[in-house]
Design a protein around this ligand. Sequence first.
Ligand SMILES: Nc1ncnc2c1ncn2[C@@H]1O[C@H](COP(=O)(O)OP(=O)(O)OP(=O)(O)O)[C@@H](O)[C@H]1O
Length: 348
Amino acid sequence: MLQIDGSYGEGGGQILRTSLSLAAITGQPIRIDRIRAGRKKPGLAIQHLTAVRAAAEICRAELVGDAVGSTTLEFRPTASPQPGQYKFDVAETTGAGSAGAIALILQTILLPLALSPGDSHVMLRGGTHVAWSPPITYIEQVYLPTVQQMGVQAQMQLQAWGWYPQGNGEVALEITGSQTPLQGIEVLERGKLKQVQGLAVVTELPAHIPQRMASRAYNLLQQAQLQSDVQPLRAKGIAPGAGMFLTAEYQHIRAGFSAIGKVGLAAEKVAEMAVQEFLAFQATDAPIDVHLADQLLLPAALATELSQYRVAEVSLHLTTNAWVIEQFGLAQVAIAPDTQVVTVTPNH
Ligand SMILES: Nc1ncnc2c1ncn2[C@@H]1O[C@H](COP(=O)(O)OP(=O)(O)OP(=O)(O)O)[C@@H](O)[C@H]1O
């Protein structure tokens, strides 16, 4: 059984999720200790437990330690990932509403199902746009288009927005499984900025809020001499929520930036936060944003070819995820300190 130290580096939930995906794909039984030791409340939180159960369901894994707060988990797959119809609901794990991030559960099961011999239809319920995780809009506009270039065949549809703390958002994910190995990716330059798309969205809040967010973002981008298309959107939801989501489409890659609203935070401020994040990235000339940087490691490690990409920032998430992947012996990851080029060399 492969032993993984959950306290390594970032010591967060990503060590667990990457390990679950790789255990499901390779059939390798694992034991993770000191889960999320780097966090204020260590152990499995609801979002993590939902990901554990989801990964276990698709590869029929036997589990030990699958409880909220558990700091140790054993995960023993008994089958290769099985395509099919699945429903993963964060609220079912708790018995109450929860905004546990759907995106993180989606990322745990996507590659195992994409590399399985058949089609899958997955319904995911929980938080769709919550802090400290990829907003579903980022998954749709940045992460999926990038992994599609590597051979992953998947489409998603946001069916309901779910914010902190109630959650209750919904995403439908269609995956066309294929046993053709993934291709590597090479992105060393971003190329020209083709367009900036923005979505200023609220649920259950007055129409002036998305309008104020959208015009503030548009004006700030115009001041920076960047043309953009920022749409205000007022959607239905079970609770109030607001957020600003920007996608920058360059010739060779996309990058995403966001800010989530909360009570007491002016609409204009939410827009400014997202725009500032984008402008800081724009000022570097790197193609890969800080989040895609760590998220691309997993598909790159599963590809048959070498991958190389230049990142805007070498985060602890990136170096930690690189370490997890190396524990499975699937690939070697090198990060050049001067150029910030990540090279993933598969061992298979
Ligand atoms: N604004 C964002 N846009 C895109 N991706 C994001 C954003 N914020 C965080 N992420 C991604 O979400 C993941 C969070 O990983 P992390 O280990 O912190 O997980 P976690 O399960 O939220 O854990 P924990 O509660 O332990 O912090 C990383 O892949 C990170 O790149």
